[in-house]
Design a protein around this ligand. Structure first.
Ligand SMILES: C=C(O[C@@H]1C=C(C(=O)O)C=C[C@H]1O)C(=O)O
Length: 203
């Protein structure tokens, strides 16, 4: 994983001791270092901690679009709450598709903003609309990011909305961002159209 100049190393995500019964979703996310079976075409996308928006903008020759699927105040999943150390408080949840040329879905992203993170200089993130979150985050040199966690998502995994579900096993990553003393959690799922397009390019 390349360590971006702008990102300060952060403590690894604290993970509670694995319980005897790994409740659904808690075992889904594994530290990147423990994820050895990642197919080669995915490694580049999963482990690079620079801005995904910037990479996709370049890959799409500037045609990248953000489609907001939904944005709502709700209860994050148990796994998300544990990672964010939020008990049962609601958060702003933003679910988007990052679209490549011809509006082909390339990435599904779910961002969780605890209420106390959407204050001060991050308050405007409530109204991002179809502007990419990364465009704002990575414009700040003091941005911090936790180590990646990786998940292999079986078909019809709840994290992935029906609009992008298929019969493929999907790979996702998530990490926390730290800015101005606030934290948010971003999960990204890489869709076959992106991985295939990369493969085709190497033909
Ligand atoms: C965190 C980034 O922002 C990207 C854009 C997002 C959005 O607009 O909601 C969400 C996750 C990322 O795919 C990034 O560019 O790395």
């Amino acid at each position: 994983m390349t360590q971006s100049r702008a990102l300060l190393p952060r403590p690894a995500i604290s993970r509670g001791a694995p319980g005897r019964f790994a409740r659904r979703g808690l075992g889904l996310w594994q530290p990147a270092a423990h994820t050895i079976s990642v197919p080669q075409p995915l490694r580049h996308w999963l482990f690079d901690d620079s801005s995904l928006t910037a990479k996709l903008r370049k890959r799409s020759a500037g045609q990248l679009q953000v489609q907001v699927l939904r944005q709502y105040w709700g209860l994050p999943t148990l796994s998300e709450r544990r990672t964010l150390k939020q008990s049962r408080s609601t958060a702003l949840i933003r679910e988007v598709l990052l679209l490549g040329p011809d509006a082909i879905p390339w990435v599904y992203a779910r961002s969780v903003f605890p209420a106390d993170s959407l204050t001060g200089r991050l308050r405007h993130l409530r109204k991002l609309s179809n502007r990419p979150l990364g465009g704002f985050l990575f414009s700040h040199r003091q941005l911090g990011r936790s180590p990646m966690q990786i998940a292999q998502l079986p078909p019809h995994e709840r994290l992935v909305p029906p609009v992008v579900q298929g019969d493929d096993m999907l790979w996702g990553r998530r990490s926390k961002f730290f800015l101005f003393g606030k934290t948010l959690l971003v999960s990204e799922v890489f869709l076959p159209a992106l991985i295939d397009s990369r493969t085709r390019q190497h033909d």
